[in-house]
Design a protein around this ligand. Structure first.
Ligand SMILES: Nc1ncnc2c1ncn2[C@@H]1O[C@H](COP(=O)(O)OP(=O)(O)O)[C@@H](O)[C@H]1O
Ligand SMILES: [Mg+2]
Length: 328
């Protein structure tokens, strides 16, 4: 198999703060291969956005400290590459979709200007060709009357429409990888489902790989081939989506799935597992989930490592992996 598009290996990252250090990523390993749709799921504060921002090297340079590990993005060493090299990768080969497109879309520009500018930055096309390409992309996102939408300003569009424009924009440079951080969280459930379907269709049709981040297990399971479950800055389970959904091994994954009983139905509510995420400035030794876990015992004071737990390629960091089969 060729080199992964994204290979995060054993990454340890902290934010120095007044009270000490926020250990935001604790030995995170995540890979995305060409053409794969990979999910990262976990509650708020589990380190999903920090992972995505670091992969693109978009965290403010002096705000964080790398304490170990490596990140390779399209063959480049993303922790040490020059800013020039990172700029070349961002936009041309890797694109990012954020949660709130209102902040990502320049409010003073019409959709058409925004799109043709981005397209022409990366491709040698005439203004007219860029215009045609923009219309084709918007039409693929099932935006009716794309030429009219091109004349609108972002604030004139609905949230779902803006997010489809963001997706069209992300695909406009024909990237090899798209990193999407909670792209549909602000949308209602029906619109969310449509946008996800369009994203998946377009990714499959163009062979673009996607790293898709969400707090919602239902959304991730609808979209992704493989997934990583994060908790307190660590990957605590990973595997093929179908396997993890059918037989979640880590009690935390079991909890996330209980909060999304129909794993193929996106839901508006947030997951609710009793308790809260531990303080990342003073993580206890041992399993970070043990205080909230129904299966915890004395052994959980030792730190578990990701280990095979049944399904092919399925790994869980748990002393007491669950065996229960779910009906999906
Ligand atoms: N600049 C920062 N300084 C200090 N702590 C931060 C900073 N950015 C993120 N964090 C902390 O890192 C942890 C992970 O954050 P994040 O990746 O945004 O979580 P998620 O996207 O999973 O909700 C959180 O505890 C957050 O408060
Ligand atoms: Mg986030």
């Amino acid at each position: 198999m060729s080199e992964p598009l994204l290979a995060i290996h054993d990454l340890q990252l902290s934010f120095p703060v007044f009270q000490g250090e926020v250990h935001a990523l604790n030995r995170v390993s995540i890979t995305v291969h060409r053409g794969e749709i990979v999910g990262v799921v976990g509650e708020s504060g589990s380190g999903k956005s920090v992972t995505a921002m670091l992969a693109m090297r978009l965290l403010p340079a002096n705000s964080y400290r790398i304490n170990g590990g490596s990140v390779r993005l399209l063959g480049a060493d993303a922790l040490n590459a020059s800013e020039k090299e990172m700029c070349r990768l961002r936009g041309a080969k890797v694109a990012m979709i954020f949660q709130e497109p209102m902040t990502a879309l320049n409010p003073t520009r019409r959709i058409g200007q925004l799109m043709t500018e981005v397209i022409r930055q990366h491709q040698r096309l005439s203004a007219r060709e860029a215009q045609q390409k923009a219309i084709a992309l918007l039409t693929e996102m099932q935006i009716a009357d794309a030429p009219q939408v091109m004349k609108r300003y972002p604030f004139e569009l609905s949230g779902g429409m803006r997010q489809r424009v963001m997706i069209a924009l992300a695909f406009s440079c024909e990237p090899e990888l798209i990193i999407a951080d909670e792209p549909t969280t602000a949308l209602d459930v029906t619109v969310q489902r449509q946008v996800l379907r369009l994203l998946k269709q377009k990714a499959r049709a163009s062979g673009t790989a996607v790293l898709f981040i969400s707090h919602d297990m239902a959304v991730v399971s609808q979209l992704c081939d493989r997934l990583y479950v994060m908790y307190a800055g660590a990957v605590i389970e990973s595997g093929k989506t179908q396997q993890v959904i059918a037989r979640p091994a880590h009690p935390y994954s079991v909890g996330l799935l209980r909060c999304a009983p129909e794993a193929s139905e996106p839901r508006a509510e947030l997951p609710a597992i009793p308790g809260t995420v531990p303080n990342l400035t003073a993580l206890p030794t041992g399993c970070a989930f043990r205080e909230r876990c129904f299966a915890a015992d004395e052994q959980c004071r030792q730190t578990p490592t990701l280990s095979p737990c049944g399904g092919e390629q399925q790994l869980a960091a748990c002393w007491h992996p669950q065996r229960e089969q779910r009906h999906v």
